[in-house]
Design a protein around this ligand. Structure first.
Ligand code: FAD
Length: 531
């Protein structure tokens, strides 16, 4: 069933004294996206992540692959066009974790005029190479089912397309793809510092689980530490100068499902902000986000009571049934590591700061290259990776693998669906595993795509998958996640590889933790010489 080399053992393939072409600090979407692209081009890559993959901003997004309608108001046409183009590309390479959504934008007579909304959506439909996604239409909210949950004063609106993404799974699939192309991915491994010795970086890393400290060597270093970009930059360059980053907090709340239909809403607030209300994990609704400057420890960010109240109040301005604080079953919060250098107004409103990415390359004589990443969107991670490698290429050996741009057409792990797509894949799984419920199979195909067969293998009954918990999580799935997807705690499995944390009881969490610990202990040992 698990026939390839597991990540744990693969970490042991590091050769003492080996020089990597790239060492990447940070296992969020940007670090993992660069790792996959670089490994595919034939460069030798090592990525270290201090915690779990996607444990920073990349699991705390609104989870939209979108052009960002709002950015048109800030004339960010380059970003919007690139992001719009990425929607269908990412849907194509990851049809299990990316899928189309329809958004309803009600016209509010005291806010943006109708002609402006129409113009914005016209541009949105036409500047981004839309081929498969359906176009914008006007909606009569008095008669359309999407009007039913809204207050009666909202009579007209527009409906347009964007896509959903399972953000933290996108990160893990990029890491998995990178690893299958030869990259070494070390989680729970923190970069402590880096010094250069002529043209090579000596990067000091620490295994956070065992405490072992080692040095890895690299021709170029990528600082993809997201909200920690400043801390990492200082430990590498050893200056007291602050990196040009502005941390902007965004929080979300999750409540039990608020309405029946499948469309999302994009609502405007009087403060000019917009926020989303999105059907979530079948039985829930996701509401977010906020925008406010943050200057604490990035590891401690959490949704404040003020933010929760703001989101409840804002949603209640539009919905017939008010949303109240006691309905909130879960919250999460993340930090946008936005660029705050040239051309940006550090005192301007947080929601107006650019969401575009900025890459800063430092190359000095007798010094290996250092590239730092600021800003960006989940949506544009693939283009960011291409731009990053474009800047680094002159400082790396001639690539021996695929040509630049390859990541646009090669499916991510599990995304190699038959032409008929997701429903055909589910139908095949139903025929092959008649003992699994339809709901269970749909969840597994969404999460693992064609790799569902590695997880279920030759099991012929539910009992063969071992213990069973809320949301149809089984021991077999946990063992798969430990062996293949770097899961080391119950939290990794319940909040980043899935959202089954919404469905398991506290008692089950303990049992899951136990199974994860046992599965980790059963992994083959890493050869001491290669640690
Ligand atoms: P992170 O995901 O934070 O990754 C950085 C990683 O570096 C972390 O995992 C951290 O643990 C690790 N690290 C730090 N220091 C070290 C060290 N010393 N050693 C080793 N590892 C280290 N984008 C969209 O496209 N669509 C959306 O809907 C969307 N919504 C958003 C909503 C919110 C509220 C926020 C905050 C952002 C949103 N974004 C969205 C933007 C997107 O989420 C981010 O741009 C993206 O996730 C940033 O990824 P990253 O890899 O740069 O950072």
């Amino acid at each position: 069933m698990l026939d390839q080399q597991p990540p744990h053992q693969q970490a042991g393939n590091r050769q003492p004294g080996q020089v990597f072409d790239l060492v990447i600090i940070g296992g969020g979407i940007n670090g993992c996206g660069i790792a996959r692209d670089a490994a595919g081009r034939g460069w030798r890559v090592l990525l270290c992540e201090q915690n779990d993959l996607a444990s920073g901003t990349s699991s705390a997004s609104t989870k939209l692959i979108h052009g960002g309608l709002r950015y048109l108001e800030h004339y960010e046409f380059r970003l919007v066009r690139e992001a719009l183009l990425e929607r269908e590309t990412l849907w194509g390479i990851a049809p299990h974790i990316v899928w189309p959504l329809r958004f309803v934008l009600p016209y509010h007579r005291k806010l943006r005029p109708r002609w402006l909304l129409r113009l914005g959506l016209f541009l949105y439909d036409h500047i981004g190479g839309r081929k498969r996604l359906p176009p914008t239409r006007s909606v009569d909210l008095a008669t359309d089912p999407t009007g039913t949950p809204l207050k009666p004063e909202f009579k007209r609106g527009f409906e347009y397309s964007d896509c959903w993404v399972e953000d933290s799974r996108l990160v893990v699939l990029n890491a998995l793809a990178a690893q299958e192309l030869g990259a070494i991915v070390l989680t729970r491994t923190r970069c402590l510092s880096a010094e250069h010795d002529q043209n090579v970086w000596n990067v000091t890393i620490r295994d956070e689980a065992g405490g072992a400290v080692s040095i890895v060597r690299a021709r170029a270093l990528v600082n993809a530490a997201g909200p920690w970009v400043d801390a990492v930059a200082r430990s590498v360059t050893r200056t007291n100068e602050r990196a040009p980053v502005r941390l902007v907090q965004g929080s979300h709340i999750v409540v039990p499902r608020l309405y029946e239909h499948d469309c999302c809403y994009i609502f405007q607030n009087a403060d000019k902000r917009i926020f989303f209300v999105i059907p979530y994990e079948q039985d829930f609704t996701l509401i977010g986000t906020t925008d406010r400057d943050y200057d604490g420890d990035p590891g401690e960010v959490h949704a404040s009571q003020d933010e929760i109240d703001y989101l409840c109040r804002s949603a209640s301005d539009y919905l017939r049934q008010p949303v109240t604080r006691d309905q909130v079953v879960w919250t999460y919060s993340g930090l946008r590591p936005l660029y705050a250098g040239d051309g940006e107004d550090p005192g301007g409103a947080a929601q107006s700061a650019t969401r575009d990415y900025v890459l800063k390359l430092i190359v000095e004589p007798q010094t290996p290259a250092l590239l730092s990443i600021f800003g960006g969107k989940i949506t544009t991670y693939r283009k960011l990776a291409e731009a990053a490698l474009g800047q680094l290429q002159p400082h790396l050996p001639k690539p021996t693998g695929r040509a630049a741009g390859w990541t646009a057409s090669v499916p991510l792990p599990g995304g190699d669906f038959p032409r008929e797509g997701y429903d055909a894949e589910v139908a095949q799984a139903v025929a092959r595993y008649p003992f699994l419920s339809h709901r269970h199979l749909r969840r597994l195909v969404r999460a693992y795509g064609t790799r569902i067969h590695e997880l279920v293998g030759n099991a012929g009954s539910m009992a063969a998958l071992g213990g069973r918990y809320g949301g149809d999580l089984t021991d077999a799935e946990l063992r798969y996640l430990v062996a293949r997807e770097w899961v080391r705690t119950a939290g990794d499995a319940l909040w980043r590889r899935s959202k089954l944390g919404l469905r398991v009881s506290p008692g089950e969490v303990e049992a899951i933790e136990h199974v994860v610990r046992q599965s980790v202990a059963a992994l083959p040992p890493v050869p001491a010489a290669a640690r």
